[in-house]
Ligand binder design. Structure first.
Ligand SMILES: [Zn+2]
Ligand SMILES: [Zn+2]
Length: 256
C-alpha cells in the first residue's frame, strides 16, 4: 500500500465521516470529498440539492422552470429593477442546503465550510472568470455581531479565493478582496419573519462607506450566504453606488 493510502486509512479511523444531521457513518469510498454527500447521509440528502443552472434570470439569477432554453430577464426584474447589476447563486435555497447553511453559519463546521467554499468558487469561475471585477467584498457584519459569532461567514466563503484562482490560472487575479471599505454600523434585527418593506426599513442606514477612495469607479462583487428578498445586498449596493462605485453585483451561496 502506498504511503498516501496508509494516511487515508489512518485518517478514516481517526475521523470517520459522519452525517452532520443524524450522525450515521458515511462510507468514504462511496462519496467524493468536499461534496454535500460527504457531509450528509443518503437519507438526509433526500430533500435534494439544487444547483442553479440554465435557464435563469440574467439579472437576479432566479432559477426558471420552463421550456425556454435561454437565460432571460424575469418579470420581477422587468417591473422593479434591482439596485444590484446582477446576482448569481450557486444553488436554490431549498432542500439539504437549508440544513447545511446554519451548520456553516452558526457552528462553522469545517466539512460544510469546505464544500461551500468549493461550490462558491466554481460558481465564481462560471460567471466571473472573464469579468472585469475590481473588488470582492463580503457583506460586513456589525462589530458586535462579529464578536458574538467570532467570524464573518461571508468572508469564510472567499478567504481562499486568491489561492484557488492562482492554482487554476497560474497567475494572480486582477481583483482584490476588501473587508474594510464598507462597514455595518447598525445592529439590525434578524430579517426572518419580516416582509419586504420591513426588511428594507430594518436595513436603512445599516451600512457606511469607510473608505471612498477604495470603491470609487470600481466594479464590486458582494459576497453573502443567502439571498432571499435581496434587501441586504441591495442596501449595501445602494450605499456603494451613492459613494461612487461603478457597478455592484452579488454572488451568493443560495437564493430563494
Ligand atoms: Zn443523515
Ligand atoms: Zn430576475
Amino acid at each position: 500500500m502506498k504511503l498516501k493510502n496508509y494516511i487515508r486509512v489512518f485518517e478514516q479511523l481517526l475521523y470517520p465521516l459522519k452525517c452532520l444531521k443524524c450522525g450515521v457513518y458515511i462510507d468514504p469510498d462511496t462519496v467524493k470529498p468536499h461534496t454535500m454527500e460527504a457531509c450528509f447521509c443518503d437519507h438526509c440528502m433526500e430533500p435534494g440539492f439544487y444547483p442553479i443552472d440554465t435557464p435563469f434570470c440574467i439579472k437576479c439569477g432566479v432559477q426558471f422552470y420552463n421550456n425556454f432554453s435561454e437565460n432571460h430577464v424575469c418579470e420581477v426584474c422587468l417591473k422593479t429593477p434591482l439596485t444590484l447589476d446582477r446576482v448569481r447563486a450557486a444553488a436554490e435555497y431549498k432542500g439539504i442546503i437549508k440544513d447545511a447553511i446554519p451548520l456553516f453559519k452558526y457552528h462553522s463546521k469545517l466539512s460544510v465550510t469546505k464544500v461551500f467554499e468549493h461550490l462558491l468558487f466554481q460558481t465564481f469561475l462560471r460567471h466571473y472568470a472573464i469579468s472585469r471585477i475590481d473588488l470582492i467584498m463580503p457583506v460586513p457584519l456589525h462589530k458586535k455581531k462579529l464578536r458574538e459569532r467570532g467570524f464573518n461567514q461571508a468572508f469564510l466563503l472567499i478567504r481562499n479565493f486568491v489561492k484557488r484562482y492562482q492554482q487554476v490560472f497560474e497567475q494572480s487575479p486582477l481583483w482584490e478582496i476588501d473587508t474594510i471599505a464598507l462597514a455595518r454600523i447598525k445592529k439590525t434585527q434578524p430579517q426572518t419573519g419580516f416582509d419586504i418593506e420591513q426588511r428594507k426599513s430594518n436595513l436603512k442606514n445599516a451600512f457606511k462607506v469607510v473608505n471612498q477612495k477604495t470603491i470609487e469607479n470600481k466594479h464590486i462583487l458582494l459576497i453573502d450566504d443567502v439571498f432571499t428578498t435581496g434587501a441586504t445586498c441591495n442596501e449595501a449596493a445602494r450605499v456603494l453606488l451613492k459613494h461612487g462605485a461603478k457597478k455592484v453585483d452579488a454572488l451568493v451561496l443560495a437564493r430563494t
